[in-house]
Design a protein around this ligand. Structure first.
Ligand SMILES: [Zn+2]
Length: 302
């Protein structure tokens, strides 16, 4: 049991957006997860933060083809949305998409359709290091509403700033009303994300005009392919049928599935995802489903 607990350590990391305890000082900082194997993609900064593991390009978003298509169309027409409302379940890619759009907003040399260059100063920096980028969860903002009252309007008035509010359903009704008013004159890029669209006033959502996007969790096949590619990059050996079990176990929650790949990179013996490792991380029942070797034989090997 002890062993499993240790292995599961990474699977329940805090939300990726970390916010300052005292909003009056400094910028929000990202949670940094140390991982010696993380080298990023060819265009990624060599930083070890979770942010550097997120894709830079719209086309890299897993699943959600219709959303990608719609945004690509908008970008092809030269109308990159600067007010975006994203909703859908956890692990569907809302934060990833929000960051892709914000990175696009900051890139100095955008190329192609909605693609960042991946090389400019802005692309090489962690989003958490941008003075011009505010990232909050609504619950945290509620706790620090005094700070927002003094700074919010001025942040939203700056055309070269980006404001990302996650878990927007945690905003009180009163503060939703405040945002409704503030967004009318906002010039900054504003992205709101929520898992509970119904908890928000329609009037507030309508402030985002047509730029409302529903994200869905990718299919098991899409998640399996994605983590398989990731495992190859991380030099982890993992059979696709085993990764399909991971996708199934986490109900295609991408964040948890991606975490699994990094857990395997850190902790799987010899970098190989074996049935034993799957069992240790996911629990014994799951590994049994796809395994062709009878359980008694496998246990005898141990
Ligand atoms: Zn760039």
């Amino acid at each position: 049991m002890r062993k499993r607990k240790q292995l599961n350590r990474r699977m329940f990391l805090p939300k990726t957006v970390s916010l300052r305890a005292d909003p009056s000082v400094g910028k929000p900082t990202e949670h940094r997860r140390h991982d010696s194997r993380n080298e990023g993609g060819p265009c990624m900064p060599q930083s070890q933060s979770l942010d550097s593991r997120r894709p830079l390009f719209l086309r890299q978003l897993v699943g959600n083809r219709s959303v990608i298509q719609r945004l690509s169309e908008q970008m092809r027409r030269g109308t990159v949305p600067n007010r975006v409302f994203l909703f859908g379940p956890t692990g569907a890619g809302k934060t990833t998409l929000a960051r892709i759009l914000i990175r696009h907003f900051f890139c100095h040399n955008r190329v192609g359709i909605g693609d960042v260059c991946g090389k400019c100063d802005a692309c090489r920096k962690d989003l958490g290091d941008f003075v011009e980028c505010e990232q909050w969860t609504a619950a945290r903002l509620e706790q620090n509403w005094g700070w927002w009252e003094s700074n919010g309007r001025s942040i939203l008035a700056r055309p070269n700033w980006a404001f990302f509010l996650d878990e927007t359903q945690d905003l009180s009704e009163l503060h939703q009303k405040d945002y409704y008013d503030q967004l009318e004159s906002a010039r900054a890029m504003v992205v709101f994300a929520t898992t509970h669209r119904n908890a928000l006033k329609d009037a507030l959502i309508n402030r985002f005009g047509a730029n409302i996007y529903e994200l869905r969790r990718p299919t098991i096949e899409e998640v399996t392919d994605h983590i398989h590619v990731l495992c190859v990059e991380l030099k982890v050996e993992a059979r696709k049928d085993r990764l399909a079990l991971v996708a199934q176990h986490y109900r295609c929650d991408l964040r948890k599935c991606v975490d699994f790949a990094f857990t395997a990179a850190d902790q799987a013996p010899n970098g190989v995802v074996t049935d034993e490792f799957l069992e240790a991380v996911l629990g014994t029942e799951r590994a049994d489903v796809a395994n062709t070797t009878p359980r008694s034989k496998r246990l005898a090997k141990l």
